[in-house]
Design a binder for this molecule. Structure first.
Ligand code: IVH
Length: 671
């Protein structure tokens, strides 16, 4: 009797340990939020291993101890899918996405379609079958109709739950999703393979695919794979009424569902989501090869149906082809704010990712030489995001190709160009060169500097060429009547511009420092200098050593600052700007009113706020001692959300972080 009771105890203890470990696996691998240390986890695991060793009859296939992989096999067994695992059609660029939406609306007879946006994870798909709450089989996609059984390998993926305890789900269901390897694991694995003199994998996708299809599951276990669920089926059909609800249910059951999903009402929201993530994709810990847009309602999905390969209710949104071939028809040079001369290829216009490109930067003379480029050559160009297109290489030399000699004199003011020692760049050193002046004015007025709205390049050109602006300080002498006399300037826009110029006098010190356009002094350095010295006067008086006492300021920046102040023309400019009433100083941080109110607090801003730009909100938070970061994590104290807030807001809710609106932020700032 006694021994029967104690063996029951052991069984109970084993089961309880197993559940505890499963819970911690969930916190660690699915939610990324462990609440015990690795050592504590290992301790619990060792206890379970010891118990299972003493009582082998208690070992279950879904015990956390079994994640290490079982016996190797000779080959894989094939099995049919419950329903075809389809692929997705691609849409390259916005127009293709709008065409998809039009087809959906026409076919489903809808005005506006509710979509769900998801990341298109770049891994390999897997179907996992559960019976009575236990994982019984996992299959690769194979040809879509039949896949290979990789159950033992799937068992080793820590973020795939093997036991589902929640009720309210059919006895038999299937979860489909993507197996990925994150960049870090990929890099670590390849580094190890290099050391072991093994061939490396070309990308995380190949690594995930190779690892999942290992005949020896122990090898799979040693590779850090992740499973993200994106579909829930029962009897080969969608479960529930809406895809969004199915995703929520999957998350509730303990599956890892990608947090960057979003409900999108209509195609404009979908395009905004798509472009946002295409741009941010490099910040993700794993690779994506686009976004997926799915019609939310399963009833509508059924009405839309599928072609032989892909559903009509979903589409993969991908980056447009970013490269194109064209002919270099000429080369000219531009003069930048610092006098730097940049050669530019004038191209036969060509479409690159939906945009017509007719210019590409050639950086400097050395680059032209490196490319072996001459006018008339056929070249490959590349455009990525907002960056200026560039020439990648010459594809074919032109028949009547002409070399391009870099100019000896500034093409704008005629001053002899100078090439400083050790520099690849030619410069116009005439501080009064109109080309330099135009660029300086544009920089001074730009959003992140003095933020003078309405001062664009056409107007600046008119102002400089017409002699109305001979230095940045002249901006503060412009009046509305004068402006109105210019071509294409009305009364209203002239008055508005004067008002904007006027209010820029109040721009904070860091903006003024940045706006001056001192070499190597970007926005961040300007902020650091303002914090450290609190006035332009103090920066000017500082020795090189004193300048270097400021964070991140090294000898190169210190020299550039001193050179700037040593130039008499800049001295004259500073006098005029001071007279114009610009902010040349600020209160020392420690004594400024309200400072420290948000000391030690970390904020993330998302969406459009009603009155403040995000930069303004960030400036105020920082002025009160708070810190503003770009992504939401457990360390975030507050998320300030405005209209159209996206995944950051979702993440905040997921992590239980306090979400504030603009009004609440003001309250917090004002105490
Ligand atoms: S849905 C019928 N959602 O992309 C729709 N697929 O080319 C089936 N993929 O084989 C797929 N992330 O391996 C869907 N969030 C996601 C996805 C995703 C990656 C992969 C999947 C599929 C391929 C389609």
């Amino acid at each position: 009797m006694a021994s029967a009771a104690s063996s029951r105890d052991v069984a109970r203890q084993t089961q309880s340990l197993r559940e505890t470990l499963q819970h911690h696996e969930y916190l660690y691998y699915v939610l990324d939020q462990p609440n015990i240390s690795d050592a504590e986890y290992d301790g619990l695991m060792q206890q379970l291993q010891a118990l299972e060793q003493q009582h082998p009859e208690l070992v279950t296939p879904d015990s956390p101890t079994q994640r290490v992989g079982g016996q190797p096999r000779e080959g894989f067994v094939k099995a049919h899918h419950t329903a075809q695992m389809m692929s997705l059609d691609n849409a390259f660029g916005e127009q293709a996405l709008r065409d998809f939406d039009r087809r959906v609306r026409e076919k489903a007879n809808l005005d506006v379609v509710d979509y769900v946006g998801e990341l298109k994870l770049d891994g390999i798909s897997m179907a996992v079958h559960f019976t009575d709450g236990r994982m019984i089989r996992a299959l690769t996609r194979g040809d879509g109709l039949t896949g290979e059984e990789i159950t033992e390998n799937a068992r080793t993926i820590r973020s795939l739950p093997l036991v589902i305890t929640k009720k309210g789900i059919p006895a038999q269901f299937e979860v489909r999703g993507e197996v990925v390897m994150n960049r870090k694991s990929f890099e670590r694995m390849n580094a190890q393979r290099l050391k072991d003199e093994l061939p490396t994998f070309a990308n995380p996708r190949n690594a995930a695919a190779g690892s999942l299809r290992m005949l020896d599951p122990k090898v799979t276990a040693s590779r850090r794979l992740d499973f993200f669920a994106y579909s829930l089926l029962a009897g080969g059909e969608a479960y529930l009424d809406y895809h969004w609800d199915a995703l929520e249910m999957l998350a509730g059951l303990g599956f890892k569902v990608n947090p960057h999903r979003e409900r999108l009402a209509g195609i404009d929201a979908a395009i905004r989501y798509g472009n946002e993530w295409l741009e941010k994709r490099h910040s993700l810990p794993y690779e994506i090869d686009g976004l997926v847009l799915k019609v939310n309602s399963f009833e509508q999905q059924r009405r839309l149906g599928a072609t032989s390969k892909a559903p009509r209710w979903a589409i993969a949104y991908k980056l447009t082809a970013q490269q194109a071939e064209t002919v270099v028809e000429g080369i000219d040079v531009q003069v930048g704010r610092t006098g730097a001369i940049t050669p530019r290829a004038l191209l036969r216009p060509v479409q690159v990712g939906g945009v017509t490109v007719s210019r590409a930067t050639l950086h400097n003379a050395d680059e032209i030489e490196r490319l072996g480029l001459q006018i008339g050559d056929r070249v490959l160009i590349e455009r990525s995001g907002d960056v200026i297109p560039k020439v990648l290489r010459v594809i074919e030399e032109g028949k009547d190709r002409q070399p391009f000699p870099m100019p000896v004199d500034c093409p704008v003011c005629g001053t002899k160009l100078v090439r400083e020692e050790g520099e690849a760049i030619l410069r116009c050193i005439n501080a009064n060169c109109p080309a330099r002046l135009k660029e300086s004015v544009l920089h001074f007025a730009s959003r992140r500097a003095m933020n003078i709205d309405g001062l664009g390049d056409v107007l600046v050109e008119q102002l400089v060429d017409g002699g109305l602006v001979k230095s940045v300080a002249d901006l503060y002498r412009l009046d509305a009547d004068r402006l109105e006399s210019l071509e294409r300037m009305g009364k209203k826009s002239s008055e508005k511009l004067v008002k904007n110029i006027d209010s820029s006098r109040k721009a904070a010190l860091p903006r003024v420092i940045f706006g001056l356009g001192i070499r190597f002094v970007g926005e961040r350095t300007a902020q650091i200098l303002a914090d450290h010295f609190a006035s332009i006067d103090a920066i000017e008086k500082a020795s090189a050593e004193e300048l270097e006492e400021a964070e991140e300021v090294g000898p190169r920046i210190a020299v550039a600052i001193q050179e700037f102040f040593a130039e008499p023309r800049n001295q004259a400019l500073l006098d005029e700007l001071l007279q114009a009433g610009l902010q040349f100083s600020q209160e020392k941080k420690t004594v400024s009113k309200g400072a420290g109110k948000l000391e030690g607090r970390t904020f993330v801003l998302t969406g459009t706020l009603p009155n403040w730009t995000r930069d303004e909100a960030a400036e105020r938070i920082e002025a009160a001692g708070g810190k503003v970061t770009g992504s939401v994590s457990k360390k975030t104290d507050y998320v300030v959300a405005g209209e159209n807030a996206g995944s950051k807001l979702d993440k905040a809710r997921e992590l239980g972080i306090t979400v504030l609106g603009e009004a609440e932020l003001i309250e917090l700032l004002e105490g």
